[in-house]
Design a protein. Structure first.
Length: 138
């Protein structure tokens, strides 16, 4: 009987670890109101620790009919934020005027517009047990 319980416990633990190893999801981020099809849209995925620093993942997408879409794959459950911008001149950076005002449109998850850059608390969302779809507006 002890052998049976030991084997059953080992099998349960193995299966549980296997399921947890597969708990990775996708985040689909879609900007729906890009003002022109010039350039591309750059997207960055952050967690709280690296917010506005080096992103966990960075993707870019072309614009078609005012829409740009990317899919972040293999995302573990957690709390994240997405920031994106319209790189109109294809120079791979967000451009600013001399006074610090952005020259290119930008947005973030949850679509909260602050006077200033987005914050993690206003842009955060959770990935728990399913794929996530975000609609972002500039």
């Amino acid at each position: 009987m002890k052998l049976f319980v030991s084997i059953a416990a080992s099998l349960l633990l193995f299966t549980s670890n296997m399921i947890k190893a597969q708990d990775k999801f996708t985040i689909t981020a879609k900007v729906v109101n890009v003002t022109s099809e010039k350039g591309k849209v750059g997207f960055a995925l952050y967690d709280k620790e690296n917010f506005m620093k080096k992103p966990l993942a960075a993707l870019e997408a072309k614009i078609k009919d005012g829409v740009s879409v990317v899919v972040f794959k293999n995302v573990k459950p957690g709390v994240y934020a997405v920031i994106c911008y319209h790189d109109k001149n294809d120079n791979d950076v967000m451009d600013f005027a001399a006074n610090g005002m952005p020259l290119e449109d930008f947005g973030s998850s949850n679509n909260v517009m602050n006077f200033g850059p987005p914050t993690f608390d206003t842009a955060k969302f959770s990935v728990t047990n399913k794929n996530v779809s975000l609609e972002i507006k500039f």
